[in-house]
Design a binder for this molecule. Sequence first.
Ligand code: HEM
Length: 318
Amino acid sequence: MASASCVSLLVLVAMASAASAQLSPTFYATSCPDALATISRVVTAAVRSEPRMGASLVRLHFHDCFVDGCDGSVLLADTGSFVGEQGAAPNAGSIRGMNVIDNVKTQVEALCKQTVSCADILAVAARDSVFALGGPFWTVPLGRRDSTTASKTNVENDLPPPSSDLQGLTDKFSNKGLSVTDMVALSGAHTIGQSQCKNFRDRIYNDTNIDTAFATSLKANCPQATGSSDSSLAPLDRTSPNAFDNAYYTNLLSQKGLLHSDQVLFNGGGTDNTVRSFASNPATFGSAFATAMVNMGNISPKTGTQGQIRLSCSKVNA
Ligand code: HEM
C-alpha cells in the first residue's frame, strides 16, 4: 500500500514536471483571455507611432532569452543593492522599449492581476512587432515565469559581439541549443532597426568584404576617431529600414551588411547557401524566422512554481 502510493506520487511528480517543461499557446485562455489582444493593441500602437520601436522590442526578447533563458531578467532595473543586466556592455545605452513593456504590463495587470509574466509579454511583443512591420505571424507558446535575479556577467558572456566571426556566432547560438539555420534566420531581424557607429566602425574602416561605396557613405556620420560620433545611428538595412522583409539577405549578397557579424554569414563559408535561399525567397525566410523565434523563445523557460509573476516588470516583487 505504502509502496503503491509512493509509485503514484512519483508518477504525479513526473507528470507535473513534464507538464511544466512545456509551454502552451493557450496558457492564458481561461486565466486571462484578453491578454494577447491587449498586448497586441499596445505594441501595434507603439510601432505605428515609431517604427523603430518594433525593432527594439524584438531585440529585447533576444537579449532576454540568451541570458539565463526567457525569464524577463533583462527588464530588471538596478537598485541600490541589485546589479541588473541593463548596464552590461551589449545593453547599456542600447536596449530600448522597456517603457512600452511597462505600459503593456500596466494594462494587462488591470485586466488580470499577477497572471501574465513579463517574459511572456516580451515574447508576444516581439511577434506583434514583426507582424506590425509586415513580417510573418506565428503562434507563441506561453507560460514562462519571471526571474527573481539577473546577471550582468552572463550578458557579457552569452551575447555575441558584433565583431564575431562565423565560428563565434555558431558557438554562441549552439550554446543556447539553436541551430546554424536558426542563427542565420534570427540574424534576419537586422532587416529592421539601427546600429550605433561604434558597433560598425571597425567594419567600415578595416574590413575588405564590404562594398566600397557603401563603406564610404557610412564614414560621413561615423568618423574613424572615437568620440561624440560613437552613438550616431545607421539603419541595419538601408534598403527598407522599417519593413520586415528579406532585404537583409540581398544586402549581404552585395557586401552591404552593416555589422561585421552580419557579413560573416555570407563570406564564402558554410552559411552562404542559406543566405542565398533567404535572399531569393521571402516566404522561405519568413517561415524559417518564425520557427527560429519559437525555438529561441523556448530557451530555458521558468515554469510551474519556478520564479514568480512580477507585478512590475522592472522589479522583483516585494
Ligand atoms: C547574430 C548575432 C548578433 C549580433 C552580433 C547582434 C548585434 C547587434 C548590434 C551591435 C546592434 C546595434 C546595437 C546598437 O548599436 O545600439 C543590434 C541591433 C539589433 N539587433 Fe542584433 N545582433 C545579433 C543577433 C540578433 C538577433 C538574434 C535578433 C533578434 C531575433 C537581433 C535583433 C536586433 C534588432 C532588431 C536590432 C535593432 C534594435 C533597435 O533599432 O533598437 N539581433 N544587434
